[in-house]
Write a protein that binds this ligand. Structure first.
Ligand SMILES: [Fe+2]
Length: 131
């Protein structure tokens, strides 16, 4: 049984999927069950470089940056995407990022209280909330 908006990863090929609508079945890839990806809180990995932080912009928009100290965006270590999910889970926004860019995105408008997910190619999924 899957839950809406959960993420699952194949440990063999690296496929990463997100559930749009939940179902009773188990997700399988490369012949084995996919593993659910949950947000990290690993002490050994620097939280200040991974937890998404929200900042209000003058134009009523919202900036989400990864880490209070901006996460690196090197070829071998970078944030692959940032996703925001509204509190009522009716709205999501996902933006892919690439090495050389800054580890941040801008939303034109805010849709209620949101949470943000950031995915680091080395350190996995991280979650931050807008207060
Ligand atoms: Fe990282």
């Amino acid at each position: 049984m899957t839950e809406k908006l959960e993420m699952y990863r194949c440990e063999i090929c690296g496929n990463l999927v997100q559930v749009i609508l939940s179902g009773a079945g188990e997700l399988v890839c490369c012949g084995q069950p996919m593993k659910q990806v949950v947000a990290n809180n690993i002490e050994e990995v620097s939280l200040e470089k991974h937890v998404p932080v929200f900042r209000k912009k003058d134009n009523n928009g919202l900036e989400i940056q990864v880490g209070t100290q901006l996460h690196p965006m090197d070829d071998d270590h970078y944030i692959m995407f940032i996703e925001t999910i509204s509190e009522d889970r009716k709205h999501l926004y996902l933006e892919y990022l690439h090495p050389g860019q800054e580890a941040k995105i801008e939303l034109q408008r805010q849709i209620g209280k949101e949470k943000a997910l950031a995915f680091c190619n080395l350190h996995g999924l991280w979650e931050g909330e807008n207060d």
